[in-house]
Design a protein around this ligand. Structure first.
Ligand SMILES: Cc1cc2nc3c(=O)[nH]c(=O)nc-3n(C[C@H](O)[C@H](O)[C@H](O)COP(=O)(O)OP(=O)(O)OC[C@H]3O[C@@H](n4cnc5c(N)ncnc54)[C@H](O)[C@@H]3O)c2cc1C
Ligand code: SF4
Ligand code: SF4
Ligand code: FES
Length: 646
């Protein structure tokens, strides 16, 4: 029997009147399920006649009202130096006819979007909306919601309708729902026998599901943990067309991209976020050209692990509600988690389910509202190499950035976009900080063309940075490859700062550049080596003809045989590596040869990033968000993460 005491009944005629009076009132956008050809879709309704509460499943879930497919974040004026207006309009919505599985999917989205980093845009929509759910009357043949126990819900709605024959019962979930009902509808209290009918209807519906899971949803994580390298991924993904329709129609997929649009007269523009999908190859592509999930097999697998292992380990729920939409949308019919899990259910299960996830606590949060940059001024620029430019930036509010070595900011240029860039200067109390930018594309290319005095936007600092306290009283061995010297410089400045130097023992800095003309901060490198007990070694991969270079030539790995550590030293040495993805495995081998334990090795990993706060999904290494739990990781924690060093 229903746990709700406050249940009413409403005749079908009165329900129509209720809907029509809300439409007439114009206080709310009234949304409901309508016919669309032979299928159904949520849309604005102009009359109760349009509303179909007996549908099987809608083409898209109602998430489109809370995380629109294309959502304007802000308008900006390109004629002024830094001028924008956050998107604020939100007319209250009433959404009629949401099935329980979609209500549960919204509750899951709340967990992610309203966590410690609240997404203001999403929250405003959720707060100003009223959810009128409806119990399922007709079951979609691809849905397996009953196996997921998501065909019913006892929370997440303001009102819930159940068709009990001549009447609908209205279960009141919130005060907001009750108020609406009292104001606009004519109902009477439900009798005990009417309330009993709710359970009867639900039981009957549960029996109508023909698609059934062979194992409980609580076991998905165990099955997936044991079958990461199962041939099923290769076999099924061979048919994948990489269209990402499965993620687009899914109520529990919420990854997004952010981009700018500019008017034809180049005077104004808008920043948007749009749905994105992890099945698309460029989803993980970064500036140096690497694509972290290059094979379709890996991207195909990622979607199932995200739903059945990564999010369950993080939040405690399976991120699939069994709606069956992916099964309908996928032309080669390979997208349904029900089919995949059923196929895998005959194979091994693992008791250790958290091997793709790190339980780091993270306090990363935007300063201010998510996605809204702070105004900053370029104070100084200096071209360091043909592709790298140095920037001194000052926050216009006069406050210090407040960063730790290893953290990064999102640099924002209206009309072009945003790029994550490491802070290169050490922490300090001034409002200035330093960046070094390599020109690879739109944002970085535009930064190169800017002049001192011009404004940019800054979000952050983001990421965890180095736990410099835990490095105290240890020798420090720093290895930087290429652009890795940029974030490493922030750590070097910190440990060499006269007040801090005494806290660290011998410091060794190894730096490998491609060629002499690409060496960054050569003068500072010389200065660092003059500090007591600091040893610096520099090498270039190759020396072009005509280049004057008297130093070491060879890959950075050629520098390690010069280091002599006894057992005591190795165990008391902290090693840090920052470089392009290709160098990590080689350097780690060198460090292990020196006897440095894995727990003493720290790496800073680069991934594609958009939000910086664990929402957009781009930076994920298996179940780990690099923007939040990284980019700095202890090697012992990530060495067994399959995607970390592939
Ligand atoms: C934590 C972190 C710290 C970084 N620090 C620095 C730094 O100190 N200096 C520096 O020059 N670069 C740094 N990068 C790389 C830099 O973010 C990218 O080169 C930049 O985003 C490219 O943007 P773009 O608009 O110029 O290029 P685009 O025109 O967008 O694209 C050019 C190439 O860059 C890739 N790319 C696009 N967006 C991103 C993104 N958000 N993250 C990574 N690659 C992307 C594209 O897939 C494409 O291959 C860092 C990246 C991360 C994740
Ligand atoms: S699994 Fe199906 S829907 Fe998803 S990307 Fe591949 S072909 Fe498209
Ligand atoms: S994975 Fe498929 S069945 Fe599961 S919630 Fe998403 S669209 Fe529905
Ligand atoms: S989740 Fe968006 S950058 Fe990490």
């Amino acid at each position: 029997m229903s746990k709700f005491k406050n249940i009413k009944v409403i005749t079908k005629k009165e329900l129509d009147k209720f809907v029509n009076s809300l439409i007439k009132n114009e206080k709310y956008d009234v949304i409901g399920v309508k016919e669309k050809g032979i299928r159904f879709a949520f849309g604005s309704i102009e009359s109760a006649d349009e509303l179909r509460l007996d549908y099987d499943v809608t083409i898209l879930p109602p998430k489109k009202y809370f995380l629109p497919q294309i959502e304007k974040l802000m308008d900006f004026n390109l004629e002024k130096n830094f001028d924008f207006k956050k998107q604020n309009n939100q007319k209250p919505m009433i959404i009629f006819g949401i099935h329980p599985y979609d209500i549960i999917a919204l509750q899951q989205t709340d967990k992610l979007y309203l966590d410690q980093q609240v997404d203001d845009f999403y929250k405003k929509r959720r707060d100003s909306s009223i959810i009128v759910g409806v119990d399922i009357q007709k079951v979609s043949e691809k849905s397996f919601a009953a196996s997921m126990n998501t065909h019913i819900t006892d929370s997440g709605f303001d009102l819930l309708l159940t068709n009990i024959g001549d009447y609908y019962t209205v279960t009141i979930g919130t005060e907001k729902g009750e108020k609406l009902l009292n104001e606009y509808a004519k109902t009477k209290p439900a009798t005990i026998s009417e309330i009993k009918k709710i359970d009867e209807v639900r039981k009957k519906t549960a029996k109508k599901f023909t698609k059934v899971l062979k194992i409980k949803k609580e076991q998905w994580s165990n099955v997936l943990a044991a079958n990461y390298n199962h041939p099923i991924w290769e076999k099924r993904s061979q048919k994948c067309m990489e269209c990402s329709s499965c993620t687009m129609v899914c109520p529990t997929c919420y990854c997004y991209d952010v981009h700018d649009d500019v008017s034809l007269d180049l005077k104004k523009g808008e920043r948007y976020r749009t749905w994105d999908g992890c099945l698309i190859r460029d989803f993980t592509k970064i500036g140096s050209g690497e694509v972290f999930r290059d094979d379709v097999e890996k991207r195909y697998r990622h979607r199932f692990y995200r739903k059945g292992n990564y999010l369950p380990e993080r939040y405690g729920f399976v991120a699939c509600v069994g709606c069956g939409r992916c099964g309908i949308a996928c032309l080669p019919d390979i997208a349904s988690p029900c089919d995949v899990i059923n196929d895998l259910s005959h194979f091994e299960r693992s008791d250790v389910t958290d091997k793709f996830f790190i339980k780091y606590s993270s306090s990363v949060k935007e300063k201010g509202i998510i996605h809204i940059p702070r105004s900053a001024t370029i104070k100084r620029m200096e071209q360091l190499t043909k592709t790298e430019m140095f920037f001194e930036i000052e926050l216009d509010n006069g406050e210090p950035l407040g960063h730790m070595p290893g953290q990064f900011v999102e640099v924002s240029i209206f009309g072009v976009g945003e790029a994550p860039i490491s802070v290169s200067s050490g922490p300090n109390d001034s409002s200035s900080f330093e960046l070094v930018v390599r020109k690879v594309g739109d944002v970085t290319g535009r930064l190169f063309k800017m002049k001192p005095g011009e404004k940019i936007g800054i979000r952050g600092p983001f990421g965890n940075g180095f736990d410099v306290k835990s490095f105290e009283n240890k020798n420090i061995l720093l290895s930087a490859g290429g652009l890795g010297i940029v974030p490493m410089r922030s750590l070097i400045e910190y440990v060499l700062e006269p007040n801090n130097r005494k806290n660290y023992k011998d410091i060794t800095i190894l730096y490998g550049a491609k060629e002499p003309s690409l060496i960054l901060f050569p003068e500072e490198f010389k200065d660092w080596s003059k500090v007591d007990d600091v040893k610096c070694e520099l090498t270039v991969d190759k020396c072009a003809e005509g280049d004057c270079w008297m130093g070491c030539t060879g890959l950075i790995t050629t520098l390690y045989p010069k280091i002599k550590l006894d057992k005591y030293d190795s165990e008391n040495t902290i090693a840090v590596i920052i470089g392009p993805p290709i160098v990590y495995n080689f350097i780690i081998k060198c460090l292990q040869t020196l006897g440095i334990p894995d727990k003493n090795i720290y790496v800073s990993l680069e991934r594609r990033m958009k939000c910086g706060v664990g929402k957009c999904g781009h930076c994920q290494i298996n179940g780990v968000y690099v923007c939040k739990e990284g980019p700095v990781f202890n090697y012992k924690d990530v060495k067994n993460l399959p995607e970390a060093f592939e």
